[in-house]
Write a protein that binds this ligand. Structure first.
Ligand code: B12
Length: 151
């Protein structure tokens, strides 16, 4: 792995009343191993807590996880809250975003329409999200770290 001269900070958490913790634990480890400073807010994080943490830590990315099927309700107005707080960060969301989801492309479009820069399903390899974030933040990678980004 290439040592980065400056750490880049990402805020990570599970939004709403959702208590599924395993996914963000894995994401925290993967993003940390990739050289990011990860502020893990844990489960049952409110929209305001994401915004406050992003400002407090000058985060360049806000990574939202949702597993229990209520992401749409929990994320309604999220980008207004971020904007109101003055957050200037890339936003990603991932997990099981809809109940009985048949067509993920519909879900992707729905959440992109809500303001998320990238939308990931629950089959996403953390390395894919890391590659996407490096690309979005224009962080150089070595050839060996480069993986295909389909999103
Ligand atoms: C363990 C589990 C629980 C445990 C959670 C324990 C804990 N504290 O974590 C308990 C028993 C408490 C639980 C409760 C519930 N659960 Co549950 N649970 C699961 C289960 C079996 C595994 C989840 C898990 O840990 N997976 C392993 C991790 C590594 O994978 P992951 O969570 O998917 O995360 C990865 C990816 O999704 C992705 N990812 C996730 N977030 C993000 C964010 C970004 C930005 C990116 C890039 C990627 C990404 O990367 C992660 C790492 O690889 C899943 C079924 C399943 N097989 O997924 C159901 C499941 C998530 N649960 C479900 C439900 C419905 C519930 C309950 C509502 C049930 C109920 N009626 O009470 C409650 C909700 C309680 C609450 N308030 O959250 C449903 C959700 C349905 C939906 N969304 O359509 C699932 C899918 C089961 C099912 N098939 O119905 N659950």
């Amino acid at each position: 792995m290439v040592p980065h001269t400056m750490s880049r900070t990402v805020v990570l958490g599970v939004i709403g009343s959702d208590a599924h913790v395993v996914g963000i634990t894995i994401l925290e480890q993967a993003f940390s191993a990739a050289g990011f400073d990860v502020i893990n807010l844990g489960v049952q994080t409110s929209q305001e807590e994401f915004a406050e943490a992003a400002i407090a830590h000058d985060a360049e990315a806000v990574l939202v996880s949702s597993l229990y099927g209520h992401a749409e309700q929990d994320c309604r107005g999220f980008h207004d809250v971020l904007e109101g707080a003055g957050v200037d960060a890339v936003t990603y969301i991932g997990g099981n975003l809809a109940v009985g989801q048949n067509d993920f492309e519909e879900t992707r479009e729905q959440f992109e329409g809500m303001g998320f820069d990238r939308v990931f399903d629950s089959e996403t390899d953390p390395e894919e999200a890391i590659a996407a974030l490096r690309r979005d933040l224009q962080i150089a990678t070595t050839e060996s770290e480069r993986v295909t980004v389909n999103t």
